[in-house]
Design a protein around this ligand. Sequence first.
Ligand code: PHE
Length: 352
Amino acid sequence: MLEQLEHIQREALEALQSVQDEETLQAWRVAHLGRNSPLMRVFSDLGSLPKEERPAVGRRANEVKQALEAALEEKSQALKQAAIERSLREERLDVTLPGRPFRRGRLHPSTQTLRRILSILADMGFQVFTSREVETDEYNFQLLNFPPHHPAREMQDSLYVEAGERGENPVLLRTHTSPGQIHAMRYFAAMNPENPPPIRIALPGMCFRHEQITARSEIQFNQVEGLAVGKNITFSDLKGTLADFARRMFGSQARVRFRASYFPFTEPSAEVDVECFVCGGKGCSVCKRTGWLEILGCGMVHPVVLQNGGYDPRRYTGFAFGMGPERQAMLRHRIEDIRYFWSNDVRFLEQF
Ligand code: PHE
């Protein structure tokens, strides 16, 4: 019996050496430590041995069992360790491989120009003030001193949201950012109606006109309006501000000129041209041989408009100007057709 146990142990340990995976290890366990294994049969046959042999055989059988269990445990640990090492080896990441490039989005050329304008104006002390795109005739026209039958109100120029039902004050999409002047003045005047604070703001936003869409005119476009109201603000403040703006926007050499013009909400009014930055004023196709590019409209805030905003025109003056980011982007990048801006063609948008 004792010899048989030696044999069982040797056989089992030998068999264990060739085990290389968890599955065969389980089979080995069944074969050598399982209920029908030779070792377990020794245990069940103990009863049939002569009494005096039983203790020695029993003790030896237990030793063999412990030895096999220890060997099983050791093998199991070794297999686990080997598996870990294999996965570390095979699943290793090569961090030196170049990454896969991904497509990055970018800002729309209008947004880029808009932000540039606003950041220059912010440097000059103009705070952003936004107001709504859907306006009433009152804010878009009446409070801005448009005469009652001004052509801009007519169907070919304004996009009406609720025409007819509201009589004299229909709802429309703003045709310019100037109604923001009234909203802003009323907002600031409400802070201290007796002595309203000075204002220096930029009013950006989308505007809409009922236009035939062509290479030069769109149904929607952005504007950035500037408004300064305070005591002793003069036309020279307006000129200095816009000349400074042009230098910051178009380069330190940029010269501007003012041409007399007309807007109902400013008096006097002017249009501002900047010297053509493509040809330096010599005359080219971008400036149509004139050497100048028209970039904005401006003027001193009309007394009626100040009054409508809650600012007493006997004590306050102000200036306002309005410009179009798309127009500036077109000039800067020589974009020949304004329709590219809202047609969402990535071949166009990708270039900025
Ligand atoms: N609102 C005018 C336009 O749409 C531009 C402008 C703004 C002119 C402010 C003067 C002062 O053309």
